[in-house]
Design a protein around this ligand. Sequence first.
Ligand SMILES: Cc1ncc(COP(=O)(O)O)c(C=O)c1O
Length: 365
Amino acid sequence: LPRMNRVFNFGAGPAMLPVEILEEAQAELLNWQGMGLSILELGHRTEAFIALLDDTEQLLRSLLAIPAHYEVLFLGGSARIQFGMIPLNFLHPGETAGYLVTGLWSALAFEEAKRLMSAYCIASGEADKFQSVPPVQDWVIQDNATYLYFTPNETVHGVRTEFPAVFQGLSCIADMTSCLLTEPITITDYQLIFAGAQKNIANAGLTLVIVNKDWLARIDNTQLPLMLDYRTHVKHRSLYATPPTFNCYLAHKMFQWVQRQGGIASMYHNNVLKAGKLYDYLDASSFYDASVEKSARSLVNVCFRTRDATQEARFLQEAQQNGLFALAGHRAAGGLRASLYNAMPMQGVDALIDFMQNFAHSKDK
Ligand SMILES: Cc1ncc(COP(=O)(O)O)c(C=O)c1O
């Protein structure tokens, strides 16, 4: 452990941040950039803050190769606000959108879209308890759908959906809350991408939106509250209301950190190794079980169970005593879950596997 009193935090979010970033923020807290005050106290319309926000955007543009015809927005509030904003902004009366339902978050986004406007289900993994992505030959792609929505990484069920070839060339929207910056993506495959910050970007309360400028021209709803209209945030360059300034500052540090590690390709490489090691261990074990179908396994949320479910409470308790924190599955899914986002080092995975081996061994006796 880099610090003796720090645990490995496997929580799904708010998630662990690199210690070096926390230390930098701590060191700068009383006096940021020689200004004699902290970032927490600095006005969002000051030159210094605007320069920070511009630089944060440039870093993200460079990490993800975001083309100039896409806007990047730094919005206050949770990712879930997007579940409502997307249909309200982009669907006109009489139009519909397709939702691929592969876990809890896409299910909730679909419900919200139906509640506010109109939407249909492309396919749902619910009958299979979200343990796989429905086979593509069963998907319903309506020609007249305004957009197709999916969640490439379902955080709760640990289900990953690669960009579907059948979406190519169609207007696609993705919730990348738990996977942005963890693997390479092609921005132009999407009209809009959003991600809450609390997994791989910063602390909770900031949501990033990357949106095609041409797609914004669809919006003509005059009844939208200004705060829920993407055009407001584009026009005011994310400064219409006070943005979550500290989160933006941490995002800036996190983007620099990803860049120092070698960028997205290197994050992806590490994530494949980390998750691969844990899945390999699970597959070889007779004590634990990873039930998500292999082709759909998440790279960052590894869900598993003890085959004897009565062991799980002890598992969590003993794990915590061993400095392995927040391994409980989401309340909607149960079981166990290890979230291995960008900031989780391989040492954390090794420590977890060591513990799991010892635990299984002691219970098997
Ligand atoms: C994929 C995904 N979408 C949406 C959310 C909801 O985020 P928030 O709590 O910021 O609304 C989460 C939270 O974990 C998530 O993992």
